[in-house]
Design a protein around this ligand. Structure first.
Ligand code: HEC
Ligand code: HEC
Length: 401
């Protein structure tokens, strides 16, 4: 029972009640206009991060000189087929558009067709020239459905881009020293270290989904934030290089970019949009329903999974976080220090499991390549004594979530 502290609060509570009474009594849900605005921000807003990607890293020069569309697709960049006019679609189909020319990349950027990249193309001495480039949230947290060609299709917002090699892309910058470049080149596909530029430690994380977060009480694998907006501000400012500020006394991170703030006012809409992104349901026929039903019993029984993966989102994050000793994904690969030790909480959040079929590899560090490997790891490290048949059933259950 909430305590109403003042007459004003009482009046507004009464107004809210009578508003609710006017409608069907159902939760009206988020304001569609705000959600639409948040989608635009998620896909297209750079928060002014051209300061980093253009002025500091000079990625516009690299792209214009060396990144033809074939190269871009090979480092996991995706093309939004819906942004392509019919003439371009035809040109790609009949081969008259040259996918081995960086000029084509510049043309695609001008069409706003490269997912997660924004370019400004201007006429310089009669030639279309990429003068500014920045990145958006969609770079890492959207992919496409490949409906046109591999890497080219309709956007899937919230799906992690596990083909993307952010380290290899950043390593193309001429502004880096050899040591930093070799760290970026060590990460590989689908991974990014969102703390390396602050603590100097190399321990890349799997890019997680940005869907399925409604009802998840703590944000990030270490539960650093109570709200998505906490981490959105962190990434927008400290990783993307957007204009604004982020500080957290728990980690000592204190970053300000520029003198203006292009982040704060966008956070509510951005979060509202993310909360509408549901985890994708498993494709028809992708799991054995009878085995999954048996696996559910293992999950809730001898597997002890449900002691942490509880509730509708399969996480106990609203109740507690877990010390590193509880997780089966440590020690970190390549001798890196514990990821939790680098975080604000020094602990781990039980991972929500909806849509888990969609995003291998698993665990924060990607140490389990498949769901089979996840279950085998738990079976060995927690001495569960599950039989091969129980393991197989449990895997089918996980595929069904
Ligand atoms: C360069 C790649 C990259 C970009 C760009 C990026 N992220 Fe992320 N994001 C990550 C990684 C890696 C993590 C994992 C961090 C962790 O859990 O500790 C993450 C975590 C998250 C999470 C936490 C998910 C969870 O399960 O709690 C959210 C939400 C998120 N990002 C949203 C955003 C938004 C919004 C933007 C744009 C403002 C953005 N990200 C930009 C790589 C990226
Ligand atoms: C002590 C609490 C606890 C128990 C018990 C537990 N988990 Fe987890 N689980 C976690 C935590 C914490 C994470 C996040 C670890 C990480 O990211 O490295 C996790 C991660 C996972 C992941 C990876 C999620 C992702 O997004 O990559 C899967 C799958 C999973 N658990 C399945 C299971 C299964 C199946 C069982 C039972 C055999 C189980 N868990 C038992 C706490 C638990």
């Amino acid at each position: 029972m909430r305590i109403v502290r003042s007459a004003a609060a009482l009046a507004s509570a009464a107004a809210a009640l009578s508003l609710a009474a006017c409608g069907s009594g159902d939760d009206p849900g988020p304001d569609p206009a705000v959600v639409a605005q948040g989608k635009q921000i998620f896909r297209y807003d750079t928060f002014g991060d051209e300061s980093k990607w253009t002025d500091t890293l000079r990625m516009h020069e690299v792209i214009a000189a060396a990144v033809d569309p074939s190269t871009a697709l090979s480092v996991g960049l995706k093309v939004d087929a819906q942004a392509l006019p019919p003439a371009v679609v035809d040109g790609i189909r009949n081969g008259s558009i040259d996918l081995t020319s960086p000029d084509t990349t510049v043309a695609l950027l001008e069409l706003d067709a490269v997912v997660g990249l924004r370019g400004k193309v201007e006429n310089v001495n009669g030639r279309k020239t990429l003068t500014r480039v920045g990145v958006t949230c969609a770079l890492c947290h959207s992919t496409v459905d490949d409906s046109f060609a591999p890497g080219i299709g309709k956007r899937l917002d919230g799906w992690p881009n596990r083909d993307l090699n952010p380290g290899a892309i950043i390593a193309l910058s001429p502004a880096l020293d050899a040591g930093t470049r070799s760290v970026f080149n060590s990460w590989g596909k689908g991974k990014y270290d969102p703390r390396f530029n602050l603590d100097g430690i190399n321990g890349p994380q799997v890019i997680p989904p940005a869907y399925g977060l409604a009802g998840v009480a703590r944000i990030t694998t270490t539960g650093d934030g109570d709200e998505i907006a906490y981490w959105n501000r962190y990434v927008a400012v400290t990783q993307m290089g957007g204009h604004g500020s982020f500080s957290d006394s728990r980690t000592g991170v204190d970053v300000r970019n520029g003198t203006d703030d292009l982040v704060t006012s966008k956070l509510p809409a951005l979060q509202a949009y993310q909360l509408t992104l549901a985890a994708p349901t498993p494709p028809a026929g992708s799991f054995d329903a009878a085995a999954a039903a048996r696996g559910k019993a293992v999950f809730e029984g001898s597997g002890t999974c449900a002691s942490c993966h509880s509730g509708p989102e399969f996480t106990d994050a609203s109740l507690r976080l877990h010390p590193a000793a509880d997780v089966v994904s440590e020690p970190e690969p390549d001798g890196a220090p514990s990821w939790a030790s680098r975080s604000a909480t020094k602990q781990y959040r039980t991972a929500p499991l909806r849509g888990i079929w969609q995003h291998p590899p698993y665990f924060h560090n990607g140490s389990a390549p498949t769901l089979q490997a996840v279950v085998e790891t738990y079976n060995a490290k927690k001495s569960l004594g599950l039989s091969a048949a129980e393991i197989a059933d449990l895997v089918e259950y996980l595929k069904s979530l």
